[in-house]
Design a binder for this molecule. Structure first.
Ligand code: CMP
Length: 139
């Protein structure tokens, strides 16, 4: 089924000019970038986006990091896009990421793991709506 997922290229990756290289991996995996914007996340946006992790010990570091530089928010579309993109990203902890995945290729650390992708179709809809209106998405 054609699906959409939210991707974020994180500050560790934008700082190293890796947006194009990461987009190439995404496109080669058969996912289409149907919405894309480079933004500076506000603290409120980052706290809301990662609200599910509010009680976690790494929450403060995560919010600091996500607001430390530009990010590129993207809507990816394709067959089973949510799970497909999770395969393409590799494991959250880059130490466990499979060869050829974005995180194995580019991530610096658990926090600086270069990309985010939604973990379910329901969360994808919610996460996309935090950054995009339908008019911003051109399939
Ligand atoms: P992401 O997929 O964006 O979702 C939450 C983020 O929190 C995750 O990627 C990691 O970058 C970060 N994260 C998750 N677990 C840890 C952890 N144990 N230590 C530090 N950062 C973490």
């Amino acid at each position: 089924m054609t699906e959409r997922t939210l991707s974020i290229i994180k500050p560790d990756a934008t700082r190293r000019n890796l947006t194009g290289k990461i987009n190439a991996v995404i496109e080669e995996a058969g996912l289409r970038i149907v919405g894309q914007r480079r933004i500076r996340m506000s603290r409120a946006q980052a706290e809301a986006f990662y609200g599910i992790h509010k009680e976690k010990p790494f929450f403060g570091e995560l919010v600091e990091f996500m607001t430390s530089g530009p990010v590129v928010v993207q809507v990816l579309e394709g067959e089973g896009a949510v799970s497909r993109y999770r395969e393409v990203m590799g494991a959250t902890n880059p130490a466990n990421a499979a060869p050829g995945t974005i995180r194995q290729l580019y991530a610096e650390s658990f926090t600086g793991n270069s990309v985010h992708g939604s973990d379910s179709p329901e969360n994808a809809r919610d996460e996309i709506s935090q950054f995009f209106t339908e008019a911003d998405i051109v399939g």
